[in-house]
Unconditional design. Sequence first.
Length: 435
Amino acid sequence: MALRTLSLRFRRIAIPHCLPSLSSPSSISHYGPRSFLRNSLLKHSRSPSTSRISRRFCASSSSSNFGSSSDSTPVGNIFDLTPEQYAELKQQKIPQDFQYQTYTSPPPETEEDAIFEPTFLDLHAITELMARKRYAAAIKKALEILKPHRPTIQAGYPSHDPSLNAGLRHELSECLGLLSLCYMHQEEYNRAIDASLGSADLYPSSDKFSDLGSHLLQAGRYEEAIIASERAIEMDPYGEVDALVTKAYALWNTKQFEGHDILSLCDLALARDPYVTGAMEVKAQYLAHLGKTNEALKTIDRAIAKDDENFNLVHLKITFLEQTAQLPLALTAALKFLKHNPDSAEAHREAARIALLLKDWTIAIEHLKVLVTHSDASGEGQADLAYSLIQDGQIEEASKALEEAILNDQRTSISSDNPYNFAALKRSLTAKKRK
């Protein structure tokens, strides 16, 4: 699924440690503290509550160095660590701003919307290119900025002296994070994960580990996503939200229901931020898994109310309704979404598919006509349109639609796994003409 829009909850940006050759495109992640990056990109966001967690990608990731300090033995991947190595990593010191090692009381309050202005690197040049969706150019610019600082990036976090080059490391972290986001838009997920690994190594924070977990989740590396999200929660146990949802999603996808309370993770995330629709999404799926379909539907309805432009949520509701044989309500859900989002090919497809199952030819024809001409559908539904027109008795239009389907060899059906038989459709059309 393609990456949607930037989230209004866009926080900081992460970074890669082991950049491949800095002279060629490669590496890094998204999201980060409420810095100038958030303010630069926030105004370009379309949906105020789009959850990054519900964006799923499927890609394998190349290994990456994730050494905790210059004098430690680097490992190929943080999640290849032995229990002893991971325990040592958890004990490493972190910058003062994020050092909450005792959880007996909440961390000190910070200025939520404090503006971060770079002094070492020209990060604004990258965000301006990203705002115009020129991601390839933004990647090139970021690599140019990073190239002179490769030794600092490769050195990682100086555990012997956390104040060493702190300002520069912070900005390099942000730069690499922007680069990572660009790679995500370019669907180069392996490099984005490598970048997030480097981000957490160069300037550790709960945001960086949360971003890393999100990337790993999107890449389908669920076990690793769990470890990264747990690290983020440890570093900010009172404020972290995204990592809670990442962990819940990863546990759900690995079916690790025993010994883990997925519902508690979702409820805690929602208590901290009621607009986290990703938490509602995984909670609804888990409730449905437990057989509590009515509760699942109520939960997904609350999510849709907070994010009515996210068709993934509507599709999940349709799935629940189909499972309980409530097809008319499923059709209503798709049509309601289309009232506010008439250009959604996914919604037209679902409306047409359900109408075909209900044998409501009028509605099926209406949405199939849109679908076959939609740029995102690639002519999908042509055979379904011909079939629906035949059933509705619109002979002339049915003949044209069938010729188009035969010409493009579009035999597949959006409502069935069985492809259409053009000879059978021709016979049906001939029989209708005789009547």
